[in-house]
Design a binder for this molecule. Structure first.
Ligand code: PXG
Length: 292
């Protein structure tokens, strides 16, 4: 039996989960989305993800025709329908079906989709060895265009960066902002540790405000680590003691090499090890929004 997908108020089989070719999500990338995790029958930071989805929608003047509470229930019910204990959930709201012109006023009803599938975890080796990454020529788009705080269906900027990383033979890319400050990776936020201080780009540098980022900042403060949301350059990464990335899919992953420079000892450092352990504990103990 295949998976059940939520599509515009109904649960349908995968082969019936079809969206029109006139949907402006398909034609123009006009829409927003979320990537969410469930651990042990409970959705991690459901409210934060739903809030970010509605904020992204508001920013593009897209009115989601169901309430935040109803959206939360859609996400929980999608997990229930698929009997998933641990899941990766994708919630998408597009502008909906329109005509071939890009004017969103011709789209009457947004399309709402929720997919939950079993999560394919990153190999444990990665958490022990670390990732090799490069800085790519493609810059993070700034607030003068599609604001990077919007989790929009327009990920081409990040996909270009991912392609550039792939061509260079590494799996992840660091994007700088228009001024040359470190912004984030293609689907993860970035942190460095120098002399015991944890630093991550401040929101105004221009990136997605990650749910995992915010949790890691809270965990670090709780552990007595000084945290600075600031601006920094590639230099600061090169001379850092530790660098790691955070995101819903990856959780917290160490970086071993950037642009051919070995970072710190080249192995995951003590701050990373502590924060990964704390994060894994947190997802176990979270105040559960249980769907069983
Ligand atoms: N930056 C960007 C640009 C993202 O898309 C993050 C940071 C991390 O945010 P969270 O809230 O997850 O801590 C993201 C989100 C995937 C995938 O399949 C991951 C994201 C987006 C799209 C796909 O790995 N990450």
């Amino acid at each position: 039996m295949g998976i059940k997908i939520y599509l515009d108020g109904k649960f349908v089989d995968e082969e019936n989960a079809k969206v029109s070719v006139f949907d402006h999500g398909f034609l123009y990338g006009d829409g927003v989305f979320e990537g969410i995790r469930a651990y042990h029958n409970s959705v991690f930071r459901l409210e934060d993800h739903v809030d970010r989805l509605y904020d992204s929608a508001k920013a593009i003047n897209l009115e989601i025709p169901i309430s935040r509470a109803e959206m939360g229930e859609v996400i929980l019910e999608t997990c229930r329908q698929n009997n998933l204990r641990d899941a990766y959930i994708r919630t998408v709201v597009s502008r909906g079906k329109g005509d071939l012109g890009l004017d969103p006023r011709n789209c009457s009803t947004p399309t709402i989709v929720c997919i939950a599938s079993s999560i394919s975890l990153y190999p444990q080796e990665l958490y022990e060895k670390g990732l090799e990454v490069i800085t790519v020529p493609t810059r993070r788009n700034g607030p003068e265009g599609v604001n990077p705080r919007i989790k929009s269906l327009n990920y081409l900027n990040n996909i270009m960066a991912k392609i550039e990383a792939g061509i260079a033979g590494v799996s992840e890319a660091i994007l700088l902002n228009q001024e040359g400050y470190v912004a984030e990776c293609t689907g993860d936020n970035i942190f460095l540790v120098k002399n015991g201080v944890l630093k991550t780009p401040a929101i105004h540098v221009g990136m997605l405000e990650g749910v995992t980022r915010n949790e890691v900042i809270k965990l670090a403060k709780k552990a007595g680590i000084t945290v600075e949301e600031t601006t920094f350059t590639r230099y600061d990464l090169f001379v850092a003691d530790e660098v790691f990335l955070t995101g819903t899919a990856a959780e917290v992953v160490p970086v071993s090499k950037i642009d051919s420079r070995v970072i710190g000892s080249g192995k995951p450092g003590p701050v990373f090890n502590q924060l990964l352990a704390d994060f894994r504990e947190l997802v176990k103990e979270q105040e559960a929004i249980i769907f069983k």
